[in-house]
Design a protein around this ligand. Structure first.
Ligand code: NAP
Ligand code: GCO
Length: 268
């Protein structure tokens, strides 16, 4: 039995989680720490990094935090070099940093569209490109791209996000195809609707005390009949980072309470 559990252990591994100061990234990184990994994370400003460091410390986790914008290749290369010098080479990269802009497509500026693509798709490309050389040298590595329901489905107002997350699904498959020969696995983690600050506007209680209509819509679309939590994602994310998934490559593991399997609650 111990042998089986050891396959899920991250003991001795160094994991970099982008945008890991709160939300899904923080949840994944905290679980990785419990599974034995050393945690490194970045965020776009010192205030967020400090907030993250404090939150990890409160859980008894000694994390290493860096200020770095994932869309800036110079900053990313500098951060990865610093991490290699100060902590060690990165065994696991989780491309978690991401934004959404909810704007009807005909009203969306090309600038806004580009910004979403830049952070949610170019960012993971730049990050993966920066860690791959060391992974190739070591003949081992795990890259986990945080995808979305919007890697598969569209909906009103999220054209840029859906384009980016659909692209991220294919980038995942391509990294797996191109670097699988070096014992590098690149998989996607596809969260369903998760209660985090990113989705807070969709869950706001209405002035009359009722649930937000979008909240009701999600519950009707989710067989589990609830929103997910960052913890729901943590264990599947451990699987994708551990030896247990060494022959899983180019796969998107959806953790969505059943949304993608379901047509939605039928009218009563
Ligand atoms: P979140 O609460 O908004 O956290 C995202 C983190 O990424 C924040 O710390 C954010 O910093 C950081 N970030 C944004 N732009 C960055 C950049 N250029 N460089 C470095 N860091 C940057 O989001 P979340 O809900 O935890 O989502 C995390 C990931 O899961 C995202 O990729 C998101 O698309 C994906 N996802 C979320 C859900 C969901 O239901 N919540 C579902 C599916 C997928 P700031 O606070 O400054 O923006
Ligand atoms: C939205 C949401 C989503 C989710 C998530 C679904 O406005 O529809 O924010 O896009 O956050 O990515 O998996």
């Amino acid at each position: 039995m111990n042998n089986i559990i050891n396959k899920f252990s991250l003991q001795g591994k160094i994991a970099l989680v982008t945008g890991g100061s709160y939300g899904i990234g923080f949840g994944i990184a905290s679980a990785y720490a419990q599974a034995g990994a050393t945690i490194v994370f970045n965020d776009i400003n010192q205030e967020l990094v400090d907030k993250g460091l404090k939150a990890y410390e409160e859980l008894g986790i000694k994390a290493h935090g860096y200020v770095c914008d994932v869309t800036n290749e110079d900053q990313v290369l500098e951060m990865v070099a610093k991490i290699e010098k100060e902590v060690g080479t990165i065994d696991i990269l989780v491309n978690n940093a991401g934004i959404i802009k909810r704007i009807p497509m005909v009203e969306m500026s090309a600038k806004d569209f580009r910004q979403v693509i830049d952070i949610d798709l170019n960012g993971p490309f730049i990050m993966a490109k920066a860690v791959l050389p060391s992974m190739i040298k070591k003949n081992a590595g795990k890259i986990i791209n945080v995808c979305s329901m919007m890697s598969e489905l569209g909906r009103e107002t999220v054209s840029a996000y859906a384009a980016a997350k659909g692209g991220l699904k294919m980038l995942t498959k391509n990294i797996a195809s191109e670097y699988g020969q070096y014992n590098i696995q690149c998989n996607g983690l596809g969260p369903g609707y998760i209660a985090t600050p990113q989705t807070a506007p969709l869950r706001e209680i209405q002035p009359d005390g009722s649930k937000h209509p979008f909240d009701q819509f999600i519950l009707a679309k989710t067989p589990a009949n609830r929103w997910g939590t960052p913890e729901d994602l943590a264990y599947p994310a451990i699987f994708l980072a551990s030896e247990a998934s060494d022959f899983v490559n180019g796969h998107i593991l959806y953790v969505d309470g059943g949304i993608l399997a379901y047509i939605g609650k039928q009218p009563q």
